[in-house]
Design a protein around this ligand. Structure first.
Ligand SMILES: [Ca+2]
Ligand SMILES: [Ca+2]
Ligand SMILES: [Ca+2]
Length: 619
């Protein structure tokens, strides 16, 4: 107050210097003090008088006026088109209501023992001193303390109530009461000082920004929100900036006892602010950011994408991402070829366990997209309180045993229910199959030379093979065969592979003479022995083992359609089969039955089921 008295005296001393300005100004008729008390005094500042209110609707710069006095019972109303700049003092015993702009620059004091109401459209700029001496100041708009200070004195009743914003780059010296209501913000900025020897009731927010000072009694209820400096202006505040004096991209709160690290990968068109927030790290993209998103890697692999206005809190270990504002995409990279993307909106929060990524929805309903290595896309919304573990290697999605809800998962277009404890795989690719063994596709084998059946092995690089690979279709018989190998993956996809091969018959030559072949009826005296001579070839190899040949005798009806041929030479002895090495052929001595006038077919069948038949009539 001594300072104020001194200043008023100083202004009186220098009045004659200012008088030149007054004489040249439109307001040159004003006295040094103006007390607003009636129509003429109100009109002298271009106001409109309606007792007891003087309304100021125009811009007014009261150059040269020392004291503008609002006496008790009078209201000076600055409407939202008003703009008043007072270089001298304003002494308020009545009421000042500001809806526009009120600036007290340089050497002007405001002394309030009455009421100041700054509405939500009002701005008050303090460039010198605002002394509240037993008065009340109610702010719903903005008060900028640019260079001076607000002195809320110890005089009884001195009260400042803030529901708007007070930006302090000067001083707030409180010996009275400040009520910072819920929603009210007091920003103590660079160079700002708050000294509280009185009471500050803080239901709102008091931010103490970089290199501001708060001293005296701590506020009641909400504590001071201390925000540190960013020396190198890289958006990473000193406390978490690994290189606080070099524009850089890495941040860490390990030195503060936290667990969170990260790197700005791409800044895009965003202005990022990265600060410590208790045991977590807060990342904010300013609302003024344009469209190109910023990407930030946190916790060694999770990538978060930010656009303008996004804000999250993240904690590594079990990675917790909590979205405060906007919509943030989190990309979880397991370096396996799969990616999991979670879209988190304001209110959503997720906990990621690394390696297998347990996505725990703590609030909200975040959307999760898993793209498996085979490009299979799985999507689901994770209701609050539910948890799904994503194994990026197998693309398995497993609902926690404790989930209260059934999570609905779409794999491609197909809908799956995922009740608690169950697993579904984002895998639509069947296993690949490899045959092993000695049969190749379209191979030819002679009967008796067919290798053992093939084995198979299956490989599935996503969900893995369930059970074993099996082969069916194997046969050594003459004909064409197809081997089919079958394997199933854990997602139920069935893979098959086939190989076709051919089993070739042997070649029988014979029966040689004296037996006639073709449609010939051999006639022979009954009881005689007929030598049935033949050779058997597997390809070009002659077979000599008598066990490969079986001869059978069938009595048939004699057919008149057959040609008649005589057996000229017969041998004696019993029926027998041998391979005659001297003549190089099988010989089957067939002792014919002792019955005349009957017909027989003699059929030679080899092991490969090849046959030849000769027709006989016994005479
Ligand atoms: Ca920094
Ligand atoms: Ca830095
Ligand atoms: Ca598969």
């Amino acid at each position: 107050m001594g300072d104020l008295t001194y200043r008023i005296n100083l202004i009186l001393v220098v009045f004659f210097v200012f008088s030149i300005t007054i004489l040249l100004s439109p307001e040159n008729a004003y006295a040094i003090d103006i007390t607003i008390s009636d129509q003429s005094s109100c009109e002298s500042i271009r106001g409109t008088w309606s007792s007891p209110t003087c309304t100021l609707a125009t811009t007014l710069n009261l150059v040269g006026v020392d004291n503008l006095i609002i006496p008790r019972g009078v209201t000076l109303l600055i409407t939202n088109s008003g703009n008043i700049t007072i270089p001298g003092a304003v002494i308020i015993n009545g009421q000042l209501e500001n809806n526009g702009m009120f600036t007290s620059p340089g050497n002007g004091d405001v002394i309030n023992s009455g009421i100041i109401i700054n509405t939500n459209s009002g701005t008050i700029n303090i460039e010198n001193s605002l002394a509240n001496i037993g008065g009340t100041i109610t702010n719903s708009g903005t008060i900028n303390i640019i260079a001076g200070s607000i002195d809320n004195t110890a005089a009884a009743g001195s009260t400042i109530t803030n529901s708007g914003t007070i930006n302090n780059s000067g001083g707030i010296d409180n010996a009275g009461t400040i009520n910072n209501n819920s929603g009210g913000i007091i920003n103590n900025r660079l160079g700002g000082l708050i000294d509280n020897s009185g009471t500050i009731n803080n239901s709102g927010t008091i931010n103490s920004l970089c290199e501001a000072t708060y001293s005296g009694n701590p506020p009641i209820q909400n504590p001071i929100n201390n925000l540190p400096c960013d020396n190198d202006a890289d958006g990473i505040f000193n406390q978490v900036d690994i290189e606080p004096d070099i524009f850089s991209n890495d941040f860490s709160d390990l030195s503060l006892g936290g667990t969170t690290t990260g790197t700005i990968i791409i800044r895009g068109e965003q202005t990022l602010t990265i600060t410590q927030d208790s045991d977590r790290v807060r990342i904010n993209a300013a609302t003024s950011g344009r469209t190109i998103s910023a990407s930030v890697s946190v916790c060694g692999g999770t990538i978060l994408l930010f656009t303008a206005g996004d804000e999250i809190i993240v904690k590594c270990g079990s990675v917790i991402v909590e979205v405060i504002a906007g919509q943030v995409e989190a990309v979880l990279d397991a370096n396996t070829g799969s990616t999991t993307t979670a879209t988190l909106s304001a209110g959503d929060s997720l906990t990621f366990e690394p390696l297998t990524f347990t996505l725990q929805s703590n609030s909200g309903t975040p959307s999760v997209v898993l793209v498996a290595p085979d490009s299979t896309v799985a999507t689901f919304d994770l209701p609050t309180g539910n948890s799904v573990t994503v194994d990026p290697v197998t693309s398995a999605l497993t609902a926690a045993e404790t989930n209260p809800d059934t999570v609905i998962v779409f794999i491609g277009e197909e809908q799956h229910s995922l009740p608690s404890g169950s697993t579904v795989f984002a895998d639509t690719t069947p296993p690949s199959i490899t045959f092993s063994g000695s049969i190749n596709d379209e191979d030819n084998f002679y009967f008796g030379d067919v290798p053992a059946s093939l084995a198979c092995s299956a490989f599935d690089d996503i969900s893995g093979v369930s059970g074993t690979c099996t082969v069916t279709g194997y046969s050594t018989e003459v004909g064409t065969h197809t081997l089919t190998a079958t394997a199933t993956d854990n997602a139920g996809n069935v893979g098959t592979s086939t190989i076709t091969y051919h089993v070739l018959a042997w070649t029988i030559s014979g029966f040689y003479p004296p037996v006639d072949m073709g449609n010939v009826l051999n006639t022979v005296k009954n009881g005689r022995t007929v030598p049935m001579k033949f050779e058997v070839f597997k390809g070009t190899t002659e077979l000599t083992d008598i066990t490969i040949a079986t001869l059978s005798l069938t009595q048939v009806t004699c057919s008149t359609e057959m040609l008649i041929g005589n057996i000229e030479i017969t041998s004696t002895g019993d029926t027998s089969l041998r391979y005659d090495t001297s003549s190089g052929q099988f010989i089957y001595n067939w002792k014919t039955p002792d019955t005349a006038n009957v017909c027989y077919d003699v059929v030679l069948t080899t092991s490969d089921t090849s046959t030849i038949t000769a027709h006989f009539e016994l005479t």
